[in-house]
Design a protein. Sequence first.
Length: 338
Amino acid sequence: MKRVLIVQTAYLGDVVLSQPLWAAVKTYWPEAQVDVLVQPQWASLIEQDAALAEVLVFDKRKHDKGLAGLLRLSRDLRRRHYDLALCPHPSFRSALLLAMARIPHRVGFADSAGRFFFTDRVHRDTSQHEVDRVLSLTTALGWRVPNEQRTPRLVINPEAAGRLASWGLPEDGRYVCVHPGSVWATKRWLPEGFAAVLSALADDGYTPVVLGGRDDIELANIVQDHCRTLPVNLAGRLSLTELTAVLSRAALLVTNDSGPMHIAGAVGTPVAAVFGSTTPELGYAPVGSPSRILQRHLPCRPCGPHGYRSCPLDHFHCMRHVTEAEVTAAARELLTAE
């Protein structure tokens, strides 16, 4: 196989957790050209990965939207003459795209919505972590990736890493971050809780930092307003590569079940993660660094694979009953272990 394409056009965390797959392909076939297809907003995160020849984008919500966009992209992929495609994203559209691109060997999951477009189908074990599920695609090639190669790892942009001081961060890494946001409201712990943890750790001598995307600015400001010590508020100010650099130097990240949780793991930063509507058993627990999971075991959890705009039972016990004291204690345990 001289040219291999990996398709992962899902969320940020899915891209991070798929990194061991293309690393494994490059390890087994070092002479192969390995490309990855992702959504455009995630491309910068992985473009410096030495295992990849090229990072391609599938702008499925804008430029490549609809049948016309799919046809245009499939023609581009066809001209690249891929020998093999591996598709950890179990969507109909991704599978159809590979068939339209006429890639001769197409490996995907047997429970994918587009499974009939694959030439090889692999059972997806829902009891496994997502990293192991993604790597199970290699069983169709007769491989078994060793345990030491199953940890996601991201490359840090050196220019971004050199800008820590300009954002008010200590270069010795004695700062702790919180990321209170999530696309799904039922995956967000209470902003007052994040503020209480930040305040306690600031009392311990750590510089407090609030992270988030542009959609999280209002939420980050609420966290800031509840802090006893004014934090460095970087919400909406960082690119994805800059966020990764900030997390790579941090002493700790306190977060929800989110994409930044997986970025922190992939750069070796300890993680205290609060889980609400989702559960670690769904396969997305923190991986790659020391971690603590804070949650309440309730009969209504998980209420879905992702989350909702509000609690379906209108009580939100999964998040309201996770206390500031226990998250602070978990954070201090991780910092002490460091």
